[in-house]
Design a binder for this molecule. Structure first.
Ligand code: G6P
Length: 473
């Protein structure tokens, strides 16, 4: 097989191997924002994508899917438990999201993380052409940049971190904190969502490893330079804009409203069922508004889409119980035979149906306690060509740095969330339109293509400098 000039390495392939109800194995688009963000760029370059197929023990030869060469990395059941569910999603994920849930530290999980990272690094190193580029993605693979550099010193290496990078006071808890920093520093460019994430990383490097940092540049002991800065990720706006214009999808939006008994206002939440998303906080706020009679179920319906995620990790099992108990209570207290308070959907939906929901929603509620970016906020904005609708956005999302005209909330402040919901419902059309115009301008101009181009340009610059170190950066 010919070597690829450009290799993406991510925990997941853009497609997942899944088993249907009748026992058939099929490919389905993978969950999460990472795949949605990278897929359009990958179609336009001659590249390969190294990742896991989402099921245990799937040993597959490389294959082509929709013009992208996919190189599957097999994970055993034990790898999934220790590297994916354990170290990635029960150690790093909670630690990097400001310990909203307590991180678990287990030495066996760390060992599995090291050995699985090596497997990904070896697959990428075998796939990349001489002098080519490897772009590593996200917290599951923080050791891969250094490992690829050791295996293939000729290639240019980028890393993008899709989730927050915590302040040193929290990061310092990690027993393997220095190893992880060294792993990331194998990259020529280390991209983060917010400038605060990059600043946290630079401060950790300086403090823990004592390397010299100047603005975004880090000088390593061997004289090599690495750069850490923010490249806020975005979405491919085209499919959202196009679907939002389609007559059948607009008709579906009307049907959704009718299905809820034609309420005056529809609130919408769309998340993976994850404790970082503040789902409980927004449910609580909505329930109290009903209890206090500030709104009624006839007037204000709430749709909560919570797609199943990481269902074997304890914190997620507990969250599901809590969310479903809270929703059951609110619906029990407030439903009428004609109206449901919270229409709860523990399911994933195709993009067409999501766009119909975005069009039906008068208010989009994004109340994450901590979120790297939050692409749902950007998807909602991209569909609202009519300049109607209100985005309520947590100040603890990466998106809040860019989407300044959203109604900002602190999700921990339940009274504040309640007031924001009421303000959103009552917002005059002229103000909705003024805010939405500004939000749309930002999202349409800074789309995923602008994001990947900015990152890859920085990477190219870094690579030229690496090959000609005498020239100023
Ligand atoms: C977030 C992470 C991704 C991850 C996605 C879905 O967006 O940044 O790396 O793929 O969640 O989570 P999962 O554990 O199902 O891959």
């Amino acid at each position: 097989m010919a070597a690829a000039e450009f290799v993406v390495v991510a925990n997941r392939l853009p497609v997942d191997r899944v088993e249907t109800a009748d026992g058939e194995e099929i490919w389905r688009t993978s969950p999460g924002g990472l795949v949605a963000a990278l897929e359009p760029m990958m179609r336009s370059v001659d590249g390969a994508w190294v990742g896991w197929a989402g099921m245990p023990d799937v040993e597959l030869a490389p294959f082509d899917a929709d013009g992208i060469r996919l190189i599957p990395v097999a994970l055993s059941e034990a790898d999934i438990q220790e590297y994916y569910e354990g170290f990635s999603n029960d150690t790093i994920w909670p630690l990097y999201h400001d310990v909203i849930a307590p991180p678990q530290y287990h030495r066996e999980w760390w060992e599995a993380y090291v050995s699985v990272n090596l497997r990904f690094a070896e697959a990428a190193s075998a796939a990349v052409a001489k002098g080519g580029t490897v772009w590593v993605h996200d917290y599951q693979l923080q050791l891969v940049p250094e490992m690829v550099r050791n295996l293939r010193p000729d290639v240019t290496i980028g890393y993008f971190h899709h989730i927050p990078f915590p302040a040193h006071g929290l990061y310092a808890q990690l027993p393997w904190r220095d190893q992880v920093l060294r792993g990331l520093l194998g990259a020529d460019v280390i991209g983060f969502q917010r400038s605060q994430d990059a600043a946290n990383f630079l401060a950790a490097v300086k403090r823990r490893l004592g390397f010299e940092t100047k603005a975004s540049a880090i000088t390593l002991p061997d004289g090599r330079r690495s750069h850490a800065r923010a490249y806020p990720i975005s979405i491919d706006t085209t499919p959202y804009r196009e679907l939002a214009q389609r007559a059948d999808i607009r008709a579906r939006a009307v049907e959704i409203r009718e299905g809820l008994g034609n309420p005056k206002h529809i609130l919408l939440g769309v998340d993976r069922l994850d404790y970082t998303k503040g789902i409980r906080h927004r449910i609580k706020a909505y329930g109290e508004l009903l209890d206090q009679g500030r709104i009624s179920v006839e007037d204000v319906a709430f749709i909560q889409v919570a797609s199943p995620s990481r269902e074997r990790v304890d914190a997620y099992v507990h969250l599901r119980d809590e969310v479903e108990l809270a929703i059951g209570r609110i619906n029990g207290d407030h439903d009428t035979l004609g109206h449901t308070a919270i229409r709860y959907l523990h399911q994933g939906f195709p993009r067409e149906e999501m766009v119909a929901m975005y069009l039906a929603a008068d208010v989009m509620l994004v109340t994450a306690l901590r979120d790297g970016m939050n692409l749902v906020a950007k998807e909602y904005v991209a569909t609202r060509a009519d300049n109607r609708g209100v985005l309520v956005l947590s100040e603890f999302t990466g998106a809040a740095d860019e989407l300044r005209q959203a109604v900002r909330v602190n999700p921990h402040d339940i009274e504040g969330v309640k007031d924001a919901i009421v303000a959103a419902i009552e917002m005059p059309r002229t103000e909705q339109s003024r805010r939405m115009r500004s939000l749309r301008k930002r999202v349409l101009e800074h789309d995923v293509t602008a994001w990947s181009q900015a990152f890859l340009k920085a990477l190219e610059h870094a690579s030229q400098h690496r090959h000609h170190p005498e020239e100023p950066a």
